[in-house]
Design a protein around this ligand. Structure first.
Ligand SMILES: [Mn+2]
Length: 342
């Protein structure tokens, strides 16, 4: 894997850091566009890409005829959907757009080799922070793999252009940097910190908190009712069987919730998804090992394992040692799990 940069501005290729100034890059980018251009920005819609596309749209406003943002993937994460809805980000599914009819195309937070539907397109500009890939070209390229987020790069462009971001744009960029650097717990650059501090001044952090907190659909609240009814606590261990679930993600949310309760050391939440029993394990991780318990309890029936504090088992229902005409229940979960607990 290469960690080298790739920058191409007006046919000049640079692979080392700090040869180009933010102003050089901005001018090189702007040179590509004319007043009558119809521009398509293509992204794989995650917070960093969404924020960067908004920033690009802002950089090109009053300079081109129109800017459209297209994305191929369905946005499923509620955090990301909340971001799009609350910030009213104007994005459209790529397959509904006349992709080839735009006079200019820009790819952001991805490279043409990343997805088959990108590979089919010619891009005028590519701006990204993933490792440099080969086998494609564009008139303008700015890839800086050492950057934690493309949002950071876009803040540099905006500042070079003397554009103060709106609250919505700043909030998006703030969230984009936060997500891609995992709250700066992942390796990041001083540049990410500087951009973060800059957008911090303009961002609405209550909105960001709402993006981060939104993980439940209203239709999923019913699982909390089931969980509270099913909950059995014995010797500091909480057992819950939810029955059929739409997605095992809800089991994770419920397990994390009960893990917050005082004097509960272990949480086991089971659910049936498709033809499988899924069990989510949580504990405080202190002198306990969720991964080992998952393995001991369910390893013989299917796949099971994880970390000290969090683990998961997935077992085909037909492998379970159930008595005839007996449905899996919270009681069954308790019985299977206590075989290996002291
Ligand atoms: Mn990114």
């Amino acid at each position: 894997m290469q960690q080298k940069r790739l920058e191409k501005i007006a046919d000049t290729i640079t692979r080392s850091a700090s040869r180009n100034s933010a102003r050089d890059r901005l001018n090189g980018l702007w040179e590509l566009f004319d007043r009558d251009d119809e521009v398509l920005i293509v992204i794989s819609a995650d917070p960093d890409a969404l924020a960067s596309a908004m920033a690009m749209k802002r950089l090109l406003s009053y300079r081109v005829g129109s800017v459209t943002i297209g994305y191929p993937n369905e946005i499923r994460r509620l955090n990301n959907l909340t971001m799009v809805e609350r910030l009213k980000i104007p994005i459209e599914r790529l397959h509904t757009l006349p992709v080839k009819d735009y006079s200019k195309r820009i790819l952001i937070d991805s490279q043409p080799t990343h997805q088959p539907c990108f590979e089919k397109l010619e891009f005028d500009a590519v701006i990204d922070h993933h490792p440099v890939t080969e086998g494609w070209d564009a008139k303008f390229i700015d890839i800086r793999p050492e950057y934690g987020a493309v949002s950071t790069m876009m803040v540099e462009y905006l500042r070079a252009a003397g554009i103060k971001p709106s609250v919505a744009l700043a909030t998006a960029l703030f969230y984009g940097i936060k997500v891609d650097t995992q709250n700066f717990e992942k390796s990041s650059l001083l540049a990410d910190g500087i951009a973060f501090r800059y957008v911090f001044k303009f961002a609405n952090r209550n909105l960001v908190r709402k993006f981060e907190l939104t993980e439940l659909r209203r239709s999923e609240l019913k699982y909390f009712k089931i969980a509270l009814n099913e909950l059995k606590v014995s010797k500091g261990r909480a057992y819950i069987h939810l029955g059929r679930v739409g997605t095992p993600d809800i089991q994770v949310i419920i397990a994390d919730f009960f893990n917050r309760v005082d004097k509960i050391d272990w949480v086991l939440v089971s659910g049936i998804h498709g033809e499988k029993l899924i069990v989510i394990f949580r504990c405080d991780g202190y002198r306990k090992n969720a991964g080992k318990l998952a393995q001991k309890t369910f390893g013989e029936f299917g796949s099971a394992g994880g970390h000290k504090e969090a683990a998961r088992a997935e077992v085909p229902l037909k492998n379970l040692p159930l008595r005839e005409n007996h449905e899996f229940s919270t009681h069954t979960l308790m019985r299977l799990a206590t075989r290996h607990m002291r």
